[in-house]
Design a protein around this ligand. Structure first.
Ligand code: SF4
Length: 264
């Protein structure tokens, strides 16, 4: 069921423009705790809304939409400047939730945020929306998710959003299309590893990177144990690193460092 009175613009309803809006959950300065730019001071622009249900999601509070939180790119850029205080300009990490629920908004940020770099953190499962924002972002951090780690998606109550893939075939097709899109981009592929997993489960994901985007750095990220999800065996991290290296990929094994620093 769709709500015709939704305050949020959606991909098929309006062209990318400065008037596109998105539900902003929070804007804050911190240290990038994951991926290729780990350790870099950044401002995080977290958007609400995600139809996926990763077993190990560390921001379930971002899944649902709330009324009254929609901002335009200009309004969001003002929030970024406030978060920087007099320390900027910093790179802006657009995160979520799944920011690709709001491609017009993401594509509309650049004129208001430059000269800052704009980084996008995405599940990697919404290739049509990713294609629409690629030229407006400087870096893409793209998750590689095991289908076994995805509970059934819950569609957002907004018309014309790109549908979340469901099931191994659809998930694989979306991941592969996303990898092809970022193959020549400043980007990394992030493999989230939780407890109870085995090496062979990750082989198809690593093979996709080798085939479709071999220049990407593979970041192996053990989950931070929370909400009943356990950390992986250390040996599995080494085995994954070995698998990637043998396949010719650059690889890093990194936990979420911002949590160790006590930062958001
Ligand atoms: S895509 Fe991100 S926000 Fe959505 S459920 Fe997965 S980890 Fe959580």
């Amino acid at each position: 069921m769709h709500d015709a009175a939704s305050p949020f613009t959606a991909p098929a309803m309006a062209p990318a423009s400065a008037t596109a809006s998105a539900p902003v959950m929070e804007t804050f300065a911190s240290i990038q705790g994951e991926g290729l730019y780990v350790g870099e001071p950044q401002v995080f622009l977290r958007l609400r809304g995600c139809p996926l249900r990763c077993r190990w999601c560390d921001t379930p509070g971002s899944w649902a939409l709330t009324r009254g939180s929609a901002l335009t790119p200009f309004q969001a850029a003002c929030k970024v400047a406030q978060a920087e205080a007099d320390r900027g300009p910093w790179t802006v990490s657009v995160t979520g939730g799944e920011p690709l629920m709001w491609p017009d908004f993401v594509a509309g940020l650049a004129p208001f945020l430059r000269p800052r770099r704009i980084h996008l953190e995405t599940s990697g499962l919404f290739p049509s929306s990713l294609e629409r924002v690629l030229s407006a972002v400087d870096h893409v951090s793209l998750d590689l998710k095991l289908d076994q780690d995805l509970n059934p998606p819950v569609p957002l109550d907004v018309p014309h959003l790109e549908s979340a893939p469901h099931g191994p075939q659809a998930t694989s097709a979306a991941r592969r299309a996303s990898l092809e899109l970022v193959r020549s981009k400043d980007a990394c592929a992030k493999l989230i590893v939780s407890g109870g997993r085995a090496l062979h489960e990750f082989e198809p994901l690593v093979e996709d990177v080798v085939e479709l985007a071999p220049n990407l750095m593979l970041v192996v990220q053990p989950v931070t144990p929370m909400h009943g999800v356990s950390a992986p065996e250390p040996a599995l991290l080494l085995d994954l690193a070995g698998l990637a290296r043998r396949a010719g990929l650059g690889v890093r094994v990194l936990p979420q460092i911002h949590r160790g620093l006590g930062l958001a």
